[in-house]
Design a binder for this molecule. Structure first.
Ligand code: F42
Length: 327
Protein backbone atom coordinates (compact mmCIF):
# COMPACT_ATOMS: atom_id res chain seq x y z
CA UNK A 1 0.00 0.00 0.00
CA UNK A 2 2.91 2.28 -0.72
CA UNK A 3 3.49 5.10 1.69
CA UNK A 4 0.80 4.26 4.22
CA UNK A 5 1.98 5.34 7.69
CA UNK A 6 1.29 4.32 11.23
CA UNK A 7 1.41 6.92 13.98
CA UNK A 8 0.74 6.53 17.69
CA UNK A 9 -0.66 9.08 20.13
CA UNK A 10 0.32 9.47 23.76
CA UNK A 11 -1.21 11.72 26.38
CA UNK A 12 1.51 12.98 28.76
CA UNK A 13 -0.56 12.28 31.86
CA UNK A 14 1.24 9.01 32.60
CA UNK A 15 4.68 8.63 34.20
CA UNK A 16 7.11 9.95 31.58
CA UNK A 17 9.33 6.87 31.93
CA UNK A 18 6.41 4.74 30.77
CA UNK A 19 5.57 7.11 27.94
CA UNK A 20 9.15 7.05 26.65
CA UNK A 21 9.31 3.23 26.93
CA UNK A 22 6.12 2.98 24.88
CA UNK A 23 7.58 5.32 22.25
CA UNK A 24 10.77 3.23 21.99
CA UNK A 25 8.67 0.06 21.73
CA UNK A 26 6.54 1.65 19.00
CA UNK A 27 9.66 2.69 17.08
CA UNK A 28 11.05 -0.85 17.36
CA UNK A 29 7.74 -2.24 16.09
CA UNK A 30 7.59 -0.25 12.87
CA UNK A 31 5.60 2.86 13.77
CA UNK A 32 6.49 5.92 11.69
CA UNK A 33 5.29 8.74 13.93
CA UNK A 34 4.67 9.68 17.57
CA UNK A 35 2.13 12.41 18.37
CA UNK A 36 1.97 13.89 21.89
CA UNK A 37 -1.25 15.66 22.89
CA UNK A 38 -1.19 19.21 24.29
CA UNK A 39 -3.36 20.24 27.26
CA UNK A 40 -2.11 22.64 29.94
CA UNK A 41 -3.16 20.26 32.75
CA UNK A 42 -0.87 17.47 31.49
CA UNK A 43 2.95 17.43 31.36
CA UNK A 44 4.29 20.00 28.94
CA UNK A 45 4.21 18.80 25.37
CA UNK A 46 7.61 20.14 24.21
CA UNK A 47 9.49 18.95 27.30
CA UNK A 48 7.96 15.51 26.72
CA UNK A 49 8.86 15.61 23.03
CA UNK A 50 12.45 16.56 23.88
CA UNK A 51 12.72 13.46 26.04
CA UNK A 52 11.20 11.23 23.36
CA UNK A 53 13.45 12.78 20.69
CA UNK A 54 16.52 12.09 22.76
CA UNK A 55 15.59 8.45 23.36
CA UNK A 56 14.43 7.47 19.85
CA UNK A 57 16.28 7.39 16.51
CA UNK A 58 13.88 7.07 13.62
CA UNK A 59 10.27 8.00 14.40
CA UNK A 60 8.96 11.41 13.40
CA UNK A 61 7.44 13.30 16.31
CA UNK A 62 5.41 16.35 17.18
CA UNK A 63 2.61 17.89 19.20
CA UNK A 64 -0.77 16.53 18.13
CA UNK A 65 -2.06 19.18 18.52
CA UNK A 66 -1.06 22.54 19.98
CA UNK A 67 -3.10 25.70 19.38
CA UNK A 68 -2.68 29.40 18.70
CA UNK A 69 -4.63 30.67 21.72
CA UNK A 70 -2.42 29.44 24.54
CA UNK A 71 0.88 29.77 22.71
CA UNK A 72 2.01 32.65 20.52
CA UNK A 73 3.01 31.37 17.05
CA UNK A 74 6.55 32.78 17.46
CA UNK A 75 7.03 30.60 20.56
CA UNK A 76 5.56 27.62 18.74
CA UNK A 77 8.07 28.20 15.90
CA UNK A 78 10.97 28.33 18.34
CA UNK A 79 9.76 25.27 20.30
CA UNK A 80 9.22 23.04 17.27
CA UNK A 81 12.53 24.15 15.73
CA UNK A 82 14.24 23.12 18.96
CA UNK A 83 12.59 19.67 18.84
CA UNK A 84 13.69 19.40 15.22
CA UNK A 85 17.28 20.07 16.25
CA UNK A 86 17.23 17.61 19.18
CA UNK A 87 15.70 14.91 16.95
CA UNK A 88 17.97 15.49 13.93
CA UNK A 89 15.20 16.69 11.66
CA UNK A 90 12.33 14.44 12.73
CA UNK A 91 9.91 17.10 13.97
CA UNK A 92 6.40 17.70 12.68
CA UNK A 93 4.03 20.34 13.99
CA UNK A 94 0.40 19.51 14.70
CA UNK A 95 -1.72 22.58 15.41
CA UNK A 96 -5.47 23.05 15.71
CA UNK A 97 -8.19 25.31 17.05
CA UNK A 98 -7.73 24.15 20.62
CA UNK A 99 -10.08 22.29 22.91
CA UNK A 100 -13.03 24.53 23.77
CA UNK A 101 -13.52 23.17 27.31
CA UNK A 102 -9.86 23.54 28.19
CA UNK A 103 -9.65 27.06 26.76
CA UNK A 104 -12.83 28.14 28.56
CA UNK A 105 -11.41 26.93 31.87
CA UNK A 106 -8.48 29.31 31.29
CA UNK A 107 -10.81 32.19 30.48
CA UNK A 108 -9.89 32.13 26.78
CA UNK A 109 -12.67 32.80 24.27
CA UNK A 110 -12.39 30.74 21.09
CA UNK A 111 -13.24 33.52 18.64
CA UNK A 112 -12.73 32.90 14.89
CA UNK A 113 -10.56 29.80 15.30
CA UNK A 114 -10.05 29.17 11.58
CA UNK A 115 -8.97 32.71 10.73
CA UNK A 116 -6.66 32.79 13.75
CA UNK A 117 -5.08 29.48 12.83
CA UNK A 118 -4.42 30.70 9.26
CA UNK A 119 -2.47 33.67 10.59
CA UNK A 120 -0.57 31.52 13.09
CA UNK A 121 0.50 29.00 10.46
CA UNK A 122 1.72 31.76 8.15
CA UNK A 123 3.75 33.33 10.97
CA UNK A 124 5.25 29.98 12.00
CA UNK A 125 6.24 29.10 8.41
CA UNK A 126 7.81 32.49 7.74
CA UNK A 127 9.78 32.52 11.00
CA UNK A 128 11.00 28.96 10.41
CA UNK A 129 12.10 30.05 6.92
CA UNK A 130 14.44 32.54 8.60
CA UNK A 131 12.52 35.67 7.67
CA UNK A 132 12.72 38.89 9.69
CA UNK A 133 8.95 39.22 9.99
CA UNK A 134 6.66 42.18 10.18
CA UNK A 135 3.02 41.10 10.11
CA UNK A 136 -0.18 43.06 10.59
CA UNK A 137 -2.94 40.50 11.03
CA UNK A 138 -6.31 40.64 12.76
CA UNK A 139 -5.04 38.52 15.63
CA UNK A 140 -1.26 38.92 15.64
CA UNK A 141 0.88 42.04 15.14
CA UNK A 142 4.56 41.37 14.64
CA UNK A 143 7.24 43.96 14.24
CA UNK A 144 10.60 42.75 12.92
CA UNK A 145 10.68 39.35 14.70
CA UNK A 146 13.31 36.79 13.70
CA UNK A 147 14.57 33.45 15.04
CA UNK A 148 18.28 33.56 15.87
CA UNK A 149 19.03 30.17 14.31
CA UNK A 150 18.48 28.39 11.00
CA UNK A 151 15.87 25.66 10.66
CA UNK A 152 14.96 23.25 7.85
CA UNK A 153 11.34 23.04 6.70
CA UNK A 154 9.02 21.31 9.19
CA UNK A 155 5.77 19.71 8.00
CA UNK A 156 2.67 21.32 9.50
CA UNK A 157 -0.44 19.23 10.20
CA UNK A 158 -3.78 20.79 11.08
CA UNK A 159 -6.25 19.14 13.48
CA UNK A 160 -9.67 19.37 11.79
CA UNK A 161 -13.19 17.97 11.79
CA UNK A 162 -15.43 20.80 10.61
CA UNK A 163 -15.86 21.54 6.88
CA UNK A 164 -14.14 24.92 6.93
CA UNK A 165 -11.23 23.68 9.02
CA UNK A 166 -10.82 20.64 6.71
CA UNK A 167 -10.68 22.89 3.63
CA UNK A 168 -8.27 25.24 5.39
CA UNK A 169 -6.05 22.34 6.45
CA UNK A 170 -5.54 21.19 2.90
CA UNK A 171 -5.08 24.74 1.63
CA UNK A 172 -2.33 25.69 4.11
CA UNK A 173 -1.04 22.43 5.64
CA UNK A 174 1.17 19.50 4.73
CA UNK A 175 -1.30 17.12 6.36
CA UNK A 176 -4.48 16.92 8.39
CA UNK A 177 -5.18 15.07 11.64
CA UNK A 178 -8.85 14.11 11.57
CA UNK A 179 -10.19 13.00 14.94
CA UNK A 180 -12.40 10.14 13.69
CA UNK A 181 -12.46 6.36 13.31
CA UNK A 182 -15.39 5.47 11.05
CA UNK A 183 -15.36 5.26 7.23
CA UNK A 184 -18.49 7.44 7.03
CA UNK A 185 -16.64 10.35 8.66
CA UNK A 186 -13.86 10.09 6.09
CA UNK A 187 -16.37 9.82 3.22
CA UNK A 188 -17.66 13.13 4.53
CA UNK A 189 -14.22 14.67 5.11
CA UNK A 190 -12.41 13.75 1.88
CA UNK A 191 -14.43 15.99 -0.49
CA UNK A 192 -13.81 18.90 1.90
CA UNK A 193 -10.09 18.13 1.95
CA UNK A 194 -10.08 18.01 -1.87
CA UNK A 195 -11.78 21.42 -2.05
CA UNK A 196 -8.75 23.02 -0.38
CA UNK A 197 -6.51 21.79 -3.28
CA UNK A 198 -4.06 19.78 -1.17
CA UNK A 199 -0.46 19.68 -2.34
CA UNK A 200 1.12 16.51 -3.76
CA UNK A 201 1.79 14.05 -0.93
CA UNK A 202 -0.67 15.74 1.46
CA UNK A 203 -1.07 13.33 4.40
CA UNK A 204 -4.59 12.53 5.57
CA UNK A 205 -4.36 11.03 9.05
CA UNK A 206 -7.14 9.25 10.92
CA UNK A 207 -6.53 10.21 14.56
CA UNK A 208 -8.52 7.30 15.93
CA UNK A 209 -9.43 5.85 19.27
CA UNK A 210 -7.95 2.36 18.97
CA UNK A 211 -8.03 -0.84 20.99
CA UNK A 212 -6.58 -4.11 19.77
CA UNK A 213 -6.33 -7.43 21.57
CA UNK A 214 -6.50 -11.10 20.57
CA UNK A 215 -9.62 -11.20 22.77
CA UNK A 216 -12.22 -8.93 21.17
CA UNK A 217 -14.16 -8.60 24.44
CA UNK A 218 -11.10 -7.27 26.25
CA UNK A 219 -10.39 -4.83 23.42
CA UNK A 220 -13.95 -3.55 23.64
CA UNK A 221 -13.92 -3.23 27.43
CA UNK A 222 -10.80 -1.06 27.23
CA UNK A 223 -12.25 1.32 24.65
CA UNK A 224 -15.71 1.92 26.19
CA UNK A 225 -14.62 4.69 28.64
CA UNK A 226 -12.86 6.59 25.83
CA UNK A 227 -15.90 6.20 23.58
CA UNK A 228 -18.13 7.56 26.36
CA UNK A 229 -16.10 10.81 26.38
CA UNK A 230 -16.02 11.06 22.57
CA UNK A 231 -19.78 10.43 22.28
CA UNK A 232 -20.53 13.00 25.00
CA UNK A 233 -18.48 15.63 23.14
CA UNK A 234 -19.58 14.77 19.59
CA UNK A 235 -21.18 17.63 17.66
CA UNK A 236 -24.82 17.15 16.60
CA UNK A 237 -24.02 16.78 12.85
CA UNK A 238 -21.68 13.87 13.63
CA UNK A 239 -24.36 12.10 15.70
CA UNK A 240 -26.88 12.67 12.90
CA UNK A 241 -24.47 11.37 10.27
CA UNK A 242 -24.35 8.04 12.11
CA UNK A 243 -27.99 7.94 13.19
CA UNK A 244 -27.06 7.97 16.88
CA UNK A 245 -30.03 8.88 19.08
CA UNK A 246 -29.26 12.08 20.97
CA UNK A 247 -31.20 10.81 24.01
CA UNK A 248 -28.67 7.94 24.31
CA UNK A 249 -25.88 10.53 24.38
CA UNK A 250 -27.82 12.71 26.83
CA UNK A 251 -27.83 9.76 29.28
CA UNK A 252 -24.01 9.65 29.16
CA UNK A 253 -23.72 13.42 29.55
CA UNK A 254 -26.03 13.60 32.55
CA UNK A 255 -24.19 10.70 34.24
CA UNK A 256 -20.87 12.51 33.69
CA UNK A 257 -22.38 15.71 35.11
CA UNK A 258 -23.22 13.78 38.30
CA UNK A 259 -19.75 12.22 38.41
CA UNK A 260 -21.38 8.81 37.89
CA UNK A 261 -18.81 7.19 35.58
CA UNK A 262 -20.25 3.69 35.99
CA UNK A 263 -23.62 4.75 34.54
CA UNK A 264 -21.90 6.86 31.86
CA UNK A 265 -19.79 3.94 30.66
CA UNK A 266 -22.75 1.55 31.01
CA UNK A 267 -24.80 3.79 28.70
CA UNK A 268 -22.36 3.41 25.79
CA UNK A 269 -24.10 1.43 23.02
CA UNK A 270 -22.49 -1.08 20.62
CA UNK A 271 -23.17 1.36 17.81
CA UNK A 272 -21.21 4.11 19.59
CA UNK A 273 -18.24 1.79 20.05
CA UNK A 274 -18.33 0.91 16.36
CA UNK A 275 -18.62 4.55 15.26
CA UNK A 276 -16.12 6.17 17.60
CA UNK A 277 -13.30 3.61 17.68
CA UNK A 278 -11.33 1.01 15.81
CA UNK A 279 -11.35 -2.00 18.11
CA UNK A 280 -11.16 -5.76 18.21
CA UNK A 281 -8.86 -8.48 16.92
CA UNK A 282 -5.91 -7.59 14.66
CA UNK A 283 -7.87 -8.96 11.65
CA UNK A 284 -10.86 -6.79 12.42
CA UNK A 285 -8.63 -3.70 12.83
CA UNK A 286 -6.86 -4.48 9.53
CA UNK A 287 -10.22 -4.64 7.77
CA UNK A 288 -11.27 -1.26 9.18
CA UNK A 289 -7.93 0.37 8.31
CA UNK A 290 -8.22 -0.97 4.73
CA UNK A 291 -11.62 0.69 4.43
CA UNK A 292 -10.10 4.00 5.57
CA UNK A 293 -7.17 3.58 3.17
CA UNK A 294 -9.57 3.00 0.25
CA UNK A 295 -11.31 6.30 1.05
CA UNK A 296 -8.01 8.22 0.96
CA UNK A 297 -6.54 8.00 4.46
CA UNK A 298 -2.72 7.82 4.30
CA UNK A 299 -1.86 7.58 8.02
CA UNK A 300 -3.61 5.90 10.94
CA UNK A 301 -2.76 7.37 14.31
CA UNK A 302 -3.41 4.75 16.95
CA UNK A 303 -4.89 6.70 19.83
CA UNK A 304 -6.05 6.11 23.37
CA UNK A 305 -6.52 3.50 24.82
CA UNK A 306 -4.41 1.55 22.20
CA UNK A 307 -5.46 -1.65 24.02
CA UNK A 308 -6.13 -3.26 27.40
CA UNK A 309 -2.38 -3.56 27.89
CA UNK A 310 -0.52 -0.86 25.95
CA UNK A 311 2.80 -2.70 25.49
CA UNK A 312 1.10 -5.91 24.35
CA UNK A 313 -1.05 -3.98 21.90
CA UNK A 314 1.93 -2.06 20.46
CA UNK A 315 3.66 -5.41 19.85
CA UNK A 316 0.49 -6.83 18.31
CA UNK A 317 0.13 -3.87 15.95
CA UNK A 318 3.80 -4.20 14.94
CA UNK A 319 3.66 -7.94 14.44
CA UNK A 320 0.19 -8.44 12.97
CA UNK A 321 -1.06 -5.19 11.46
CA UNK A 322 1.65 -2.85 10.11
CA UNK A 323 3.13 -5.50 7.76
CA UNK A 324 -0.24 -5.78 5.99
CA UNK A 325 0.18 -2.22 4.75
CA UNK A 326 3.81 -2.36 3.59
CA UNK A 327 4.72 -1.96 -0.07
N1 F42 B 1 -7.13 19.81 21.15
C1 F42 B 1 -6.34 20.08 22.18
O1 F42 B 1 -6.60 21.07 22.90
N2 F42 B 1 -5.26 19.30 22.47
C2 F42 B 1 -4.92 18.22 21.71
O2 F42 B 1 -3.93 17.56 22.00
C3 F42 B 1 -5.75 17.92 20.60
C4 F42 B 1 -5.46 16.86 19.71
C5 F42 B 1 -6.20 16.71 18.53
C6 F42 B 1 -5.81 15.77 17.57
C7 F42 B 1 -6.51 15.66 16.39
C8 F42 B 1 -7.61 16.50 16.14
O3 F42 B 1 -8.28 16.40 14.99
C9 F42 B 1 -8.01 17.42 17.08
C10 F42 B 1 -7.32 17.56 18.30
N3 F42 B 1 -7.68 18.52 19.24
C11 F42 B 1 -6.87 18.75 20.34
C12 F42 B 1 -8.91 19.35 19.07
C13 F42 B 1 -8.63 20.60 18.27
O4 F42 B 1 -7.87 21.50 19.02
C14 F42 B 1 -9.96 21.27 17.84
O5 F42 B 1 -10.72 21.56 18.98
C15 F42 B 1 -10.81 20.39 16.97
O6 F42 B 1 -10.01 19.88 15.94
C16 F42 B 1 -12.05 21.16 16.45
O7 F42 B 1 -11.84 21.54 15.20
P1 F42 B 1 -12.95 21.79 14.13
O8 F42 B 1 -12.38 21.40 12.83
O9 F42 B 1 -14.26 21.19 14.49
O10 F42 B 1 -13.04 23.37 14.16
C17 F42 B 1 -13.94 24.07 14.98
C18 F42 B 1 -13.20 25.27 15.55
C19 F42 B 1 -15.13 24.55 14.15
O11 F42 B 1 -16.15 24.88 14.71
N4 F42 B 1 -15.00 24.62 12.85
C20 F42 B 1 -16.05 24.97 11.91
C21 F42 B 1 -15.71 24.34 10.57
O12 F42 B 1 -16.58 24.33 9.70
O13 F42 B 1 -14.55 23.90 10.39
C22 F42 B 1 -16.18 26.43 11.55
C23 F42 B 1 -15.89 27.51 12.47
C24 F42 B 1 -15.93 28.84 11.74
O14 F42 B 1 -16.57 29.05 10.76
N5 F42 B 1 -15.19 29.78 12.21
C25 F42 B 1 -14.92 31.04 11.57
C26 F42 B 1 -13.42 31.30 11.78
O15 F42 B 1 -12.88 32.22 11.19
O16 F42 B 1 -12.86 30.57 12.59
C27 F42 B 1 -15.58 32.18 12.25
C28 F42 B 1 -17.02 32.21 12.29
C29 F42 B 1 -17.42 33.52 13.00
O17 F42 B 1 -17.65 34.48 12.31
O18 F42 B 1 -17.38 33.52 14.25
Amino acid sequence: MGDFMFGIEFVPDMPLDDLVKHCILAEDHGFDAVWITDHYNNRNVYATLALVAERTKRVRLGPGVTNAYQVHPALTASAIATIDKISNGRAMLGIGAGDRTTLTSLGIQMDKPVARLREAVEIIRRLLAGERLSFQGNFFKIDGAKLSFKCPEIPIYIGAQGPLMLRTASAIGDGVLINASHPLDFKYAMPQVQKGSPKQGFDVAAYASFSVDLDEGRAKKAVVPVVAFIAAGAPAPVLERHGIDSTDVAAIKSAFAKGDFKTAFGSVTNQMVDVFSIYGSPDHCIQRIRELHDIGVTQVVVGSPIGPDVSTSIRLIGEEIIGEFDG
